[in-house]
Design a protein around this ligand. Structure first.
Ligand code: SAM
Length: 278
């Protein structure tokens, strides 16, 4: 069952947090001259038109990237992210919003490699088009977790694995836990960034606790909520659980979230928590 289409949600507050964390990690990995690998397990299409029927139908981007337009960024990570969006919209009108694989395509150096998997039959060819002609790139129409077995570890033994499931089915949390462990066994040096929604607090804490129980060291939670926790009638926030984060990430995110949370919501709050030490 693949009914989820990210084009309804592109640029929303959850994308903003996810993509800022992605930018921060990729910029850190670029500090060393040695090439690295970016692996995107649930890549979707890569680039979105915010004037499309789907994006306009929900208008979700207005509560995300829409709230950051015109803001003079202080945080270097926010500056880099907004600069990237400005590059995709050279006429100054917010029309295009980049998905996670296109953010990597724009930030990576030509020797860095990109791997991505996407299952949706309509989204996969659109994703492929975004990478036509790029060297060191492997885009597969494949299940995310089969992709870990087939494609990890990559040639370069450094990198970021971004895991961003749609969580349409309850079983996806179990798949995630198994998938993370299988990827980590193959590629323990990588940084892993796992996106999660906050819909019902106790349920998501149970998933994060199960990740702690895997025994994987060095887990950092970065979470941004735009409304108080509720009883599960919609997403009030989202987070990134980062395994092996760059040592600079917690401080960078502290500065960044203090800056953007009030822009996104008057009742917003955030938390940064080292859940498992190194
Ligand atoms: C939340 S979207 C990804 C958005 C993207 N990471 C971004 O930030 O731009 C989730 C994507 O996962 C795809 N998907 C769902 N189940 C999958 C699976 N088992 N393997 C690979 N892709 C899957 C969906 O078709 C959807 O495009």
């Amino acid at each position: 069952m693949l009914s989820y289409r990210h084009s309804f949600h592109a640029g929303n507050f959850a994308d903003v947090l996810k993509h800022l964390v992605e930018v921060a990690i990729l910029e850190y990995l670029k500090k060393k001259p040695k090439p690295f690998c970016y692996h995107d397990s649930h890549a979707a299409v890569g680039l979105y038109r915010l004037d499309s029927e789907t994006a306009q139908k929900t208008g979700e981007y207005e509560g995300g990237i829409g709230k950051l337009l015109g803001h003079q960024p202080q945080s270097p990570v926010l500056q880099r992210y907004l600069q990237l969006i400005a590059q995709l919209n050279p006429d100054g009108v917010l029309t295009y919003y980049p998905g996670s694989p296109v953010i990597a395509r724009e930030l990576l150096r030509s020797d860095d490699s990109i791997q991505a998997t996407e299952l949706h039959p309509a989204d996969f060819p659109l994703l492929q088009q975004q990478f036509a002609g790029r060297r060191h790139t492997r885009i597969e129409k494949m299940d995310a977790y089969a992709g870990f077995k087939a494609m990890l570890p990559p040639l370069h033994k450094r990198g970021l694995v971004l895991i961003d499931p749609p969580y349409e089915l309850k079983t996806e949390y179990q798949d995630l836990l198994k998938g993370v462990q299988s990827a980590y066994q193959r590629f323990p040096q990588a940084t892993y960034a796992i996106w999660y929604p906050v819909i019902e607090r106790a349920s998501i804490e149970a998933v994060l606790d199960a990740l702690v129980a895997t025994g994987i060291r060095n887990q950092l939670r970065i979470e941004l909520c735009v409304a108080p926790d509720s009883d599960g009638f919609g997403m009030t926030g989202s987070g990134m659980l980062v395994i092996n984060p760059p040592y600079t990430l917690a401080d960078e995110m502290q500065q960044l979230l203090a800056e953007i949370t009030p822009l996104l919501s008057a009742t917003g709050f955030y938390q940064i928590e080292q859940r498992v030490p190194e």
